[in-house]
Design a binder for this molecule. Structure first.
Ligand SMILES: NC(=O)c1ccc[n+]([C@@H]2O[C@H](COP(=O)([O-])OP(=O)(O)OC[C@H]3O[C@@H](n4cnc5c(N)ncnc54)[C@H](O)[C@@H]3O)[C@@H](O)[C@H]2O)c1
Length: 280
């Protein structure tokens, strides 16, 4: 491992976990965000830049051993906002890595790239069983992220690992998240595995803890070296007491994207309501 790992979106939720957890696993960190990070750790480098600024991204990527690209809008928004931050941003992250000679890029994709996929009645969904069925403009940006990653592997020989993250939160807060939760510890472990796996080429893996109720398969992530240590089931009794047992005919529970795949979860409606952050 020569050179720090460049983390984009480092001031956010997942970025903050990685800035704490990756150094404990031997990685030096260079943190990039459009907002300054108030609490940089000893040895952590900081860059304040917009991820869509290609020139700034090339500078930030120079000398890095890998890029972990998290920056962007992490929920549904308008098309102009999503396409700029998430699609232009992912292009710039990959193109800057290529120009700077960085071999490996880890991309924060999302289950919402496949959100209209029906939830399996039984058994586990492999990544290959879930082609792109985005549930939102946000989901389209993540499907595009994966497509851009594939291009940079095939055309330029980079290694690109796409993590289709479920719900990365300190703890699950809904019944759906008993299936989709990715714990903070497992988030660090999954990114560490994606950084270390020998020559992964192009890989797409679910980002989920080993939850008793999960519907995503972990075989592909485990092949990278990921070993989940958490299970959302420890929160199940308390959440079921508050929310009750889920109605399997409720549209929120019929598609993997949850409420994102419901009719009401429309960018225009959301903008009009000026909704706060929704369930990831
Ligand atoms: N948290 C989850 O459950 C979850 C699930 C699936 C995918 N993801 C993806 O993981 C990534 C990180 O998610 P998060 O929950 O930490 O989100 P977050 O909103 O907490 O963090 C995103 C960070 O990106 C920064 N950012 C936004 N636009 C930027 C730009 N143009 N240039 C530079 N920085 C910019 C923000 O300032 C913020 O610090 C996102 O790409 C998100 O879509 C998250």
């Amino acid at each position: 491992m020569s050179g720090p790992v460049l983390i984009t979106g480092a001031a956010g939720l997942i970025g903050t976990w990685l800035r704490g957890g990756l150094p404990e696993r031997g990685w030096a960190v260079r943190s990039l965000d459009v907002v300054p990070i108030p609490d940089t750790r000893p040895g952590e480098e900081q860059v304040v830049a917009d991820v869509t600024d290609l020139s700034a991204m090339v500078d930030a990527s120079t000398g890095a051993s890998a890029v972990v690209h998290l920056a962007g809008i992490a929920t549904e928004s308008t098309w102009p906002a999503i396409s700029h931050s998430n699609i232009e941003g992912t292009y710039a992250a990959l193109e800057a890595a290529r120009r700077a000679g960085v071999q490996r890029v880890v991309l924060a994709s999302s289950n919402h790239a496949t959100g209209y996929t029906p939830r399996p009645g039984q058994g586990l969904l492999r990544e290959a069983d879930a082609p792109h069925r985005p549930d939102t403009y946000y989901g389209v940006s993540k499907a595009t992220m994966e497509a851009l990653g594939s291009l940079y592997v095939d055309r330029y020989g980079l290694d690109v690992v796409c993590l289709r993250i479920g719900s990365a939160l300190p703890e699950p807060t809904t019944v759906r998240q008993l299936a989709t939760w990715l714990s903070p510890t497992d988030t660090v472990g999954l990114v560490d595995a994606a950084l270390r796996a020998p020559s992964p080429g192009f890989a797409v893996v679910w980002g989920v803890s080993d939850n008793t109720r999960r519907w995503w398969d972990l075989i592909a992530a485990q092949a990278l070296g990921y070993e989940s240590v958490d299970d959302a089931e420890v929160y199940a009794a308390a959440l079921l007491e508050v929310h009750g047992r889920p109605d399997p005919t409720d549209p929120v529970h019929t598609r993997v994207g949850g409420e994102y795949a419901t009719a009401a979860f429309d960018a225009e409606t959301i903008e009009a309501q000026q909704a706060g952050p929704a369930e990831p």
